[in-house]
Design a protein around this ligand. Sequence first.
Ligand code: FE2
Ligand code: FE2
Length: 322
Amino acid sequence: MVERSGSQDESSLVKDLRRDLECANLQLRRYAEDIVQLYRSERKNRVNLEESQAQMTRYAEDLVRMYQIDSQKKNEIQDTNVQLRLYARDLSSIISNLRLANQNLKKAYQDTVLRLAMAAEFRDLDTGDHIVRIGRYCALLAEKAGLDKVFAELILYASPMHDLGKIGIPDSILLKNGALTQSEKVIMRAHPTIGARILGGSDSEILQMAHEIALTHHEQWDGNGYPYGLAGKDIPIAGRIAAIVDVFDALTSRRPYKEPFSVDESVRIMTTEMPTHFDPDLLQTFVAHVNEFVLIREAVEAEQIENVSRDSLFGKIADLKE
Ligand SMILES: [Fe+2]
Ligand SMILES: [Fe+2]
C-alpha cells in the first residue's frame, strides 16, 4: 500500500482500503465457494462411499447366503450319500441271502435227485457208487469231447438217473441170479421207457436231460440197441456219452455173476468186441483219457466211510442208512 498525505490521501486510502476489502471479500467468497464446492464434492464422495459400502455389504450378504446354500447342498449330498450307502448295504445283504437260499435250494434239489436215483440203484447193487461214478465219468467225457461246462454240469447231475426205470422191474427179474429168459429180457428192456415216463415233462433242464439219457443209454451207434433202435447221431449225445461210461463201469465192477475185468481188458472188449455199439469219436476220446476215469473210480472208492456217510457226487450227503 502507497503512503499519502491530506484528505486526498485519506480518500485514496479509503478507496484502497475498500478495494482491498472487496478483494478480500472476493477472495473470501471464492474460498467460501471452494469450501461449498469441496463440501458438496465431499458429500458426494461420502454418498458414493456409502453406496459402495452398501453395495459391498450386499455382495458380502449374497456371498454368505450362497455359502450357506452351498453348504446346505453339501450336507444334503452327504446325507444322500449316506442313505445310498445304507441302501447298497441292505441290497447286498438281501442279494447274498437270496444267493444262499438259492444255493440251499439247488443243493436240496440235487440231493433229492441223487436219492431218487439211489432208490432205484440200491435194489440191484450193493452201493450207490455206480451212479456217483457215472455222473463224474459223464462230466469228464463231456469235457474231453469239447462240450461246454454247462453241459458237463447238467450231465453230472442228470446221468445218475439213467436206470431209474428199474424201479418198475420186478425183483424176480432184476435180482435173478442167472441168465434171463427171452420174455424176461423184454421186461428188463422196458426200464428205459419206464424211466423216461417217470422223468418226462419237467421244466427242469436236469430232468429233461435225465429223461433223454434214461431213454437212450441202451441205444447203439449201429442201430442195434433198444428201445427204438436209433443209430448214429440220431442218438442224443448225452445218451451216447452215458452208454460208453455205463458199459465201462459195468465191466470194471464186480457183479453177482462175474468178477471185475481189468481196465485194459475192459477197454479191449469195448474197442474190439463191441466197437459198433458206441460213437467212434467219443470212444476214441474215452480210450485216450481212460487213466483219468480210473482216477475217478479210485477217488469214489476212497470217499466211502464205513457205510455211514460219504462225500457224494453232489457234496456231503448223509447215507440212506442214517
Ligand atoms: Fe440201463
Ligand atoms: Fe447203469
